[in-house]
Design a protein around this ligand. Structure first.
Ligand SMILES: O=C(O)CCC(=O)C(=O)O
Length: 200
């Protein structure tokens, strides 16, 4: 089971489904025989993610934890310097052609209630001319890798099914001009996303 604070009210998603993996690892419910770049990233993020803080706002209300790597986007949590992030992040970024980004916001959606509200990205923080935003989903549990983990809805009626390895790309400047928002209202299976941006 993933460690959670005792005050958290968000129920974990479908824990029964992971019983078989609990046999492998009672502590995390994850299959530690899998040691690819994605599972190393998931382990690293799960061990460090916490509620996002921004003045009086907390990501707890969305049942979503965060980990900030590189330049901080939105959340004021302490961030891990890009150079200090483990090699698996560099390998993963290179694989997805986003190794020139200077900010990775990791969102952890552990429970059914874990969500992100309708929003446009804050373009005032982005490097001018570099509005490309790339968000990649990872299943927390290896057994969920072929399943739909969540759905992302854009206000122009585009709906994307998020699975392990799904890459979502959009231009934040274009979307802001068109007032095209996006949101993920709920979580079907525990998911982590890594969102790569170019910040000023
Ligand atoms: O978690 C995701 O898949 C999307 C994250 C997102 O929309 C954001 O960080 O602004």
């Amino acid at each position: 089971m993933i460690k959670r604070s005792s005050t958290e009210s968000c129920d974990l998603v479908d824990t029964k489904r992971h019983k078989q993996h609990d046999k492998h690892d009672e502590e995390s419910g994850r299959d530690h025989h899998v040691n690819d770049v994605e599972s190393r990233i998931v382990d690293y993020i799960l061990a460090r993610a916490n509620w996002g803080v921004r003045n009086s706002i907390s990501s707890k209300s969305s049942c979503r934890k965060v980990l900030v790597i590189g330049k901080p986007y939105y959340w004021l949590n302490e961030s891990i310097e890009m150079d200090k992030a483990p090699e698996c992040f560099k390998e993963f970024a290179a694989k997805h052609n986003v190794d020139d980004c200077n900010s990775i916001l990791c969102n952890v959606y552990e429970s059914k209630e874990s969500r992100i509200a309708k929003h446009c990205d804050n373009t005032s923080l982005l490097e001018p001319g570099k509005g490309d935003v790339v968000s990649i989903s990872l299943a927390i549990h290896h057994s969920d890798r072929s399943k739909e983990l969540a759905k992302m809805y854009f206000s122009d009626k585009t709906t994307l099914s998020l699975k392990h390895g799904t890459v979502v790309r959009f231009d934040a400047f274009v979307d802001a001009l068109a007032n095209r928002t996006h949101c993920i209202p709920s979580t079907y299976a525990p998911r982590i996303s890594l969102t790569f941006r170019h910040l000023k």
